[in-house]
Ligand binder design. Structure first.
Ligand SMILES: Cc1cc2nc3c(=O)[nH]c(=O)nc-3n(C[C@H](O)[C@H](O)[C@H](O)COP(=O)(O)O)c2cc1C
Length: 189
């Protein structure tokens, strides 16, 4: 038996990726950060975030062509809800407004959320698509991950890494984080 859902529920089934924060800076130098549930890989070295056009983040990305995607763990719910609740255009420096001390990324020098699992510094690849749709595709120019949580052999987070948040709806997330290993020829259902 399957249950019929409204077409507007499609995103509830497909937005299972981890919550991220997107950091930017305005052309005047004001730092901003927001939370984004809608994000996915686009190529091995490209990430895609779906942003509302009126967001300060979107304006900053269109003006500067740069942004940083950082991945918070499950302990950061308060912070991600806070920076995802108001526009930078109203708050000014969102970090100062939220009482969060940011870190500065080494390559692009953009302020980002502290203590993230990983940071992906990006340059916007397609400004026309971004301006028209809010779909911002970023080419990674630098990627850093918490060393103690990374397994080089497997090229993935270690078993037991602190868990990422997966958005359901306001105030509801699910968390996982288990590594499940199956044999290479594991094809039977
Ligand atoms: C859990 C969560 C997930 C969100 N996901 C998205 C998203 O995927 N895309 C988006 O445009 N806004 C999303 N938002 C809303 C923005 O984070 C929010 O509007 C933010 O204040 C925008 O900030 P800015 O105007 O400074 O860029 C989300 C907010 C929360 C709390």
């Amino acid at each position: 038996m399957y249950k019929e859902l409204s077409p507007h529920c499609a995103n509830r089934l497909t937005s299972g990726g981890q919550i991220v924060n997107v950091s930017t800076v305005s052309k005047e130098g004001v730092p901003d950060v927001m939370t984004a549930a809608w994000n996915t890989p686009f190529a091995a070295d490209e990430v895609l975030v779906v942003l509302d056009l009126p967001h300060t983040t979107t304006k900053n990305i269109l003006e500067t062509g740069k942004f940083v995607v950082s991945i918070p763990d499950e302990t950061k719910i308060r912070e991600i809800n806070k920076v995802g609740s108001r526009h930078g255009a109203e708050t000014g420096d969102k970090f100062a407004w939220a009482g969060i001390t940011p870190v500065e990324t080494p390559r692009l020098g953009i302020r980002a959320m502290p203590d993230a699992l990983a940071y992906i510094e990006c340059e916007l690849t397609d400004p026309e698509v971004a301006a028209k749709t809010g779909v911002c595709i970023g080419k990674a120019v630098a990627v850093r991950v918490k060393e103690e949580l990374w397994d080089d052999g497997r090229s993935s987070f270690e078993e037991g890494f602190r868990r990422t948040l997966h958005y359901v709806t306001e105030n509801t997330y699910y968390v996982g984080g288990r590594i499940l290993k199956v044999p290479k020829n594991h094809t039977t259902m």
